[in-house]
Ligand binder design. Structure first.
Ligand code: PAF
Length: 323
């Protein structure tokens, strides 16, 4: 694979390689019929594009699970609130298609908003239930309703056997799983590893928004989670104490710059939750999720660790059993 830079927002559209692209529903169905005629299972990797190595891990995981991998690229207006970054969300379709073709995808579905929602914003939407109002949902009202509605629509259009999502969006994973199970959608939900930059920053398309000084400070988010996980491994089981550790560590990151003015974090939440139910727990146990969201300037970052995980690349487990 050609080495690429993930930092620049200026990703040229340099061609789609050999990857067939379906921009309309009709083209999608024709391509899917062609694939299905050959037999085999189908995996869907839903994305909003501007692919980075985290997305490529989704494609790799999907390719290991199914015979055919379909990638969707659609920046879904339904999941953006007023004043959020819908208009400036980075896009790089040509490059995305080129990359995806090198990682096992056999078809890209790239609908316009008009193609995805021909009748305008859908009147019937998927209610995420109580799990949609906590963590990120508490700060982004309507976000998970928008996510689940577009994911349900994609499932209906593509009818995959399995769909792969990233562990960084742990709340999204839990809610999509719940939706697929509760609504009997018949789609297996699988999780791909969280991919980090060498300095620990979780990869995200939104990292492109960070200024150079913000980018320097951004890895402190993961360092704060690591510090709390270390405390947990050393015997601290009170969730409140672990959450305070994250808060304090982020507060210190500005002070550590030796008096230089540096960007500082504005924490939205740091919470220990059950990864299956997303409910906050008072007593942390191995397998619980410590999740965090914070702003650096105009960029909202999220991250999480699975507490006490032996596996450096833990998948999100189901609900932690009470002893
Ligand atoms: O994780 C994302 O990129 C989006 O939320 C998704 C799942 C593609 C739905 O728009």
């Amino acid at each position: 694979m050609t080495p690429v830079s993930w930092d620049s927002r200026e990703r040229g559209a340099s061609g789609a390689g050999s990857l067939p692209v379906a921009a309309s529903r009709g083209q999608l169905q024709a391509e899917l019929d062609r694939l299905r005629r050959g037999g085999g299972t189908l995996a869907l990797v839903p994305t909003m594009g501007y692919l980075h190595p985290g997305h490529l891990a989704l494609l790799d995981r999907a390719a290991s699970m199914a015979d055919h991998v379909v990638l969707s690229i659609f920046v879904n207006p339904l999941q953006f609130g007023p004043g959020e970054d819908l208009d400036r969300y980075p896009r790089s379709l040509g490059r995305d298609l080129e990359l995806a073709s090198t990682r096992g995808a056999v078809l890209a579905f790239t609908p316009s908003v008009q193609e995805m929602y021909p009748e305008g914003p859908p009147r019937v939407r998927v209610d995420p239930g109580p799990g949609g109002n906590v963590l990120c949902g508490a700060f982004r009202p309507g976000h998970f309703e928008g996510v689940l509605t577009v994911v349900a629509r994609l499932f209906g259009l593509v009818r995959p056997d399995v769909a792969v999502f990233g562990r960084k969006d742990a709340q999204q994973v839990a809610l999509v799983r719940e939706m697929s199970r509760d609504l009997e959608l018949g789609v297996e939900i699988d999780v791909a590893p969280l991919v980090r930059e060498p300095d620990g920053l979780a990869m995200s398309s939104r990292n492109a928004y960070l200024s150079a000084p913000e980018r320097e400070v951004a890895p402190h988010l993961f360092q704060a989670l690591e510090a709390a996980d270390l405390a947990f491994r050393d015997g601290e089981g009170r969730s409140a104490a672990l959450e305070t550790r994250v808060r304090d560590r982020l507060g210190r990151s500005a002070a550590e710059a030796g008096g230089e003015p540096v960007p500082s974090f504005r924490l939205e939440y740091a919470q220990v939750v059950d990864p299956g139910t997303l409910a906050r727990v008072d007593d942390a146990r191995p397998g619980h999720l410590l999740a965090v969201a914070a702003w650096l300037g105009t960029t909202r970052l999220i991250d999480n660790v699975v507490l006490g995980a032996d596996d450096p690349d833990p998948r999100i487990p189901g609900p932690v059993q009470e002893p």
